[in-house]
Design a binder for this molecule. Sequence first.
Ligand code: 5AD
Ligand code: SF4
Length: 480
Amino acid sequence: MKRKDYLMPDLKLEKKRSSKKDNETAYRDFQMSLEANRLGQDKKYYVKTYGCQANVRDGESLSGMLEMMGFTYAEVPEKADVILFNTCAIRRAAEEKVMAEIGNLKYLKKEKPNIIFVLCGCMAQEKDVVEELLQKHPQLDLIFGTHNLYRFPALLQEVMVKKIQKVEVYSQEGEVVESLPVKRSMSSKGFVNIMYGCDKFCTYCIVPYTRGKERSRRMKDILEEVSALKKSGRKEVVLLGQNVNAYGKDLHMEDGFTDLLRAISDTGIERIRFYTSHPRDYRSSLIDLMAERKNIMPFLHFPVQSGSNEILKRMARGYTVEHYISLYDEMMKKIPNMTFTTDIIVGFPGESDEDFEKTMNLVEHCQYDMAYTFLYSPRVGTPAASMTDSISKEVKKARLQRLNQRLREIAAKKNKVYLGRIVRVLCEGISKKNEKIYAGYTEDNKLVNFSCPWNCMDEIVDVEITETHSYTLNGRVLEK
Ligand code: 5AD
Ligand code: SF4
């Protein structure tokens, strides 16, 4: 039996937000010990990332740290000496996927007893989930949370040298740590965190607990990262934050996100996108800037969650449907070619037939290009998890199906107008089946599969659309 060293998460602390007075964010640069530097000699690693793009970006830093330690990348877990599960906690289904995957790989521990299993990310921040993990999967060697990502090399060293089982989860965010090494996963574009955490506490959501309070990165650090991406030949930056419109609040900036976006646009990078906007912190200045700048893409992911004011109130979203629609109308007036996507939760506790019909009505008004739709999943410790819910699973599933069907019809209709159009596509990948078929995104974020006689990876090319589907377009590249 291995010696155990546990620092477990604590929900009460995760809930806590510091007072306005000491709301300043502190910054520090990453450093790695010399011992950790040699830890990975002749060893391989495998990282499996689940969930949102913020997690993808964390995965890139984890890979960067592993490579700095001397580990090399393994294509499959079977070839690795360290296996890392970078997890997501947004819904129970995401957690179950991770649990199953750890179980599936258990046999590797028998074949190679020195293999190290590591789990990090949002699941590590949930006390009951960590307890479940330790009970079901005692083969996990190391669990650490989202707030001490930068501690990974030191923690891995301790686990490998002392041969202990370690849990180290901080329940409150500390400093923002800059200059973490990074191994970028894409050569066409780069993900850039502009802020961490969320202070919104929507009643269904676990993120404010697992990711901590809102902390903005300094503008100069963000601009340096964008410039480095541009210099490396990348055509696009994707700015990330749970709630990007709140950028700079903690830096006492008056209109932080718009100011940041303007400065990033000034770097001359070809394409800028950002996720995710919250209707509550929305400012008109943002849409004015988007209309003015060619390199800010005409696309907005604008989560609404529900079309019923009653449900929005119980979700604590902080806006009404009428307000959301007025913002949508203003944006469409100022940027008529803008595409729009959203997130919708179906089956929130107490959602009546009428509430759901209101969501269907909203979808008719906004004619979304796409929507990510989810069945509500109770998260331990969030207020909604203790709300009474009398609607059956069957009813919820039927609603979801009906919503998805209507969204698909709207998307198909909206995509039809692209037939015969010539669009600018940033090529991001090759079809698995046919290496002459490429895939990429238009300026307004439509996924296009297209043929091209030359290797156009990472290039922006003109593509003529020859066929349309609900969520993809097909086409062929125009000769240079
Ligand atoms: N159940 C279902 N969906 C959820 N989301 C967040 N929390 C939950 C939950 N408990 C959805 C929201 C959010 C998206 C990232 O995930 O729609 O915008
Ligand atoms: Fe979750 Fe709401 Fe914050 Fe989004 S804004 S991360 S849904 S609490």
